[in-house]
Write a protein of this length. Structure first.
Length: 415
C-alpha cells in the first residue's frame, strides 16, 4: 500500500519529483524491514504492471492500421526509444550492457539459457532477459541466473514506472506490458552492473522492442519456422527477414543450419547490415576433455548448445575478463568482423556450463509419489514433433530402467 500511495502522491505533486523519489525510497526501506510490506508492495507493482497489458481490441486496431498503412512496425521502435528516454536512459547507455542478442522461432530461449550459464561459469556477472515467464514475471529478468527478488523487482519497477508516469504527455501515454519490462530490464542490468547481458528477442527481430540495442557484441539466430505469421509474414523467407533484423554493422552473426531459402535471406540481410554470417558446426564435431550430458535434454538441444558455444566463445574473445574480474566495453568494427566459427576443444568451464544449465519447463522431468511428469512446450509443428520425440525417448529409457530395477528387486526377494 505504501508504494501505491507514492503513485497517488506523484499525480498530486507532479512538480516535486525529487521529493516523491525520497518518499519511495523511505517506503522501500520500510518494506526491507517488514516482509509483509514487501509482499504488499510487490503485489501492488504486479497490479500496476498487469494494467499495462495490451487487450485484444487494441491489437486488432494495430493490425487494421498496419493493413491500411497508417501504422508501420518501425513506429514500435520509435515509441520504445521515446519511453526509454522518459525513463531516464538514452539508447547509447545500452552500449555498456555487452549484449548477446538472440532471435529465432524455436529454441532461442534454450540458446540464451546455455549462453548465460556458460558465461557465468567463466566468471562473468550475467543479466538475462527472456519471455514468457513460467510462474512469476520476475523470472524474465535474472541476475546470475536468479530471478529478481520481490524487493528488487518492486524497487526497480516503481522507479521506472514513476519516471514514465511523470514524463507522460497524456493520461494513457505509458508503454505496454512487454515494452515496459524491456525498459525495466535495461535499468536493472545497468543498475546491477552486469558484465554480460543475454537478450532474447520477444517477437520477430527487426521491429522487436529489444532491437533498440545498437551495439551488441554478437548476434545469433536459432531454428526458423512459421509462427506469428499474421505479424511476421506467411513464408519462411518473410520470417528470416524479420529475424535477421537484429544483425548490426561489424558484429558477427551466427546461425544454426536453416532451410536453403531462409539461409539465403539471412545472408543477404547480413550483407545489407554490414555483418558477416556464420553457420555453426554439429555438436558432435567438438572435442572435449571428458564426456558430458546437456543440462537441457533432448536431441534437438544439440543445435541450441552448439549455437550457444559459438556465441559464448565469440563474446569471451571480444569482452575478455582480466585477473581482477573486470571487463572492457566492446567496440564493434565498422566493417564485417571475422570470426572462426569452427568446432573447438571444450574445456571444463564450457562443459560445466552445458551440464549445469537448467531451463524449467523445457524437456524437464519431475518425479513425485512414483509418478513421473514430463514437461515441455511447443508452438510450431516442428517444435511439437521435437517434444514428442523427446518424450518417447525419455519415457522409454525410464521404463527400461524401472523394469531392470524391479527385476533386480524380485531376484533379491527370491534369494
Amino acid at each position: 500500500m505504501l508504494l501505491r500511495l507514492s503513485t497517488t502522491l506523484l499525480k498530486q505533486h507532479s512538480g516535486a519529483l525529487s521529493s516523491h523519489r525520497q518518499f519511495v525510497h523511505a517506503a522501500a526501506q520500510m518494506a526491507h524491514r517488514d516482509p509483509t510490506a514487501t509482499d504488499i508492495a510487490y503485489e501492488d507493482a504486479i497490479g500496476a504492471l498487469n494494467g499495462l497489458q495490451t487487450n485484444a481490441a487494441v491489437l486488432e486496431k494495430v493490425r487494421r492500421d498496419m493493413q491500411m498503412g497508417t501504422h508501420t512496425p518501425r513506429h514500435n521502435l520509435t515509441q520504445v526509444e521515446r519511453f526509454l528516454n522518459n525513463s531516464g536512459l538514452q539508447v547509447t547507455d545500452l552500449d555498456a550492457l555487452n549484449v548477446i542478442h538472440v532471435s529465432g522461432t524455436k529454441g532461442k530461449g534454450s540458446v540464451c539459457a546455455f549462453c548465460e550459464r556458460i558465461l557465468r561459469e567463466h566468471g562473468y556477472k550475467t543479466g538475462f532477459y527472456s519471455s514468457p515467464h513460467l510462474v512469476e514475471v520476475r523470472e524474465r529478468i535474472r541476475i546470475n541466473g536468479v530471478p529478481l527478488s520481490k524487493r528488487k523487482f518492486t524497487d526497480y519497477f516503481w522507479s521506472v514506472y514513476n519516471s514514465l508516469s511523470y514524463n507522460k504527455s497524456h493520461e494513457t501515454d505509458m508503454p505496454s506490458y512487454f515494452r515496459f519490462l524491456t525498459i525495466m530490464a535495461f535499468h536493472v542490468f545497468l543498475g546491477e552492473r552486469v558484465d554480460a547481458t543475454v537478450l532474447e528477442v520477444g517477437l520477430g527481430g527487426e521491429y522487436d522492442c529489444t532491437n533498440i540495442v545498437q551495439r551488441p557484441v554478437v548476434c545469433g539466430t536459432s531454428s526458423l519456422g512459421l509462427d506469428h505469421t499474421h505479424i511476421l509474414g506467411s513464408t519462411i523467407e518473410d520470417i528470416a527477414w524479420q529475424k535477421a533484423g537484429i544483425y548490426k554493422r561489424g558484429v558477427p552473426a551466427i546461425t544454426v543450419p536453416q532451410r536453403t531459402s531462409a539461409r539465403i535471406v539471412l545472408g543477404e540481410r547480413a550483407v545489407e547490415r554490414g555483418a558477416r554470417l556464420y553457420e555453426i558446426p554439429k555438436l558432435s564435431e567438438y572435442g572435449s576433455i571428458r564426456s558430458f550430458r546437456l543440462g537441457i535434454h533432448g536431441k534437438h538441444q544439440h543445435l541450441n548448445a552448439s549455437l550457444a558455444l559459438q556465441l559464448s566463445r565469440a563474446f569471451i574473445q571480444r569482452v575478455p575478463m582480466n585477473k581482477s574480474h573486470e571487463t572492457k566495453l566492446y567496440q564493434p568494427s565498422s566493417s564485417p568482423e571475422l570470426y572462426d566459427c569452427t568446432s573447438f576443444i571444450l574445456d571444463e568451464t564450457f562443459i560445466s556450463g552445458l551440464e549445469r544449465c537448467s531451463w524449467l519447463g523445457r524437456c524437464q522431468t519431475l518425479s513425485k509419489d512414483r509418478i513421473t511428469y514430463y514437461l515441455d512446450g511447443a508452438h510450431t509443428l516442428e517444435s511439437l514433433e521435437a517434444a514428442v520425440s523427446w518424450f518417447k525417448e525419455t519415457s522409454a529409457q525410464e521404463a527400461t530402467e524401472l523394469l531392470n530395477s524391479e527385476s533386480i528387486e524380485v531376484r533379491r526377494v527370491n534369494v
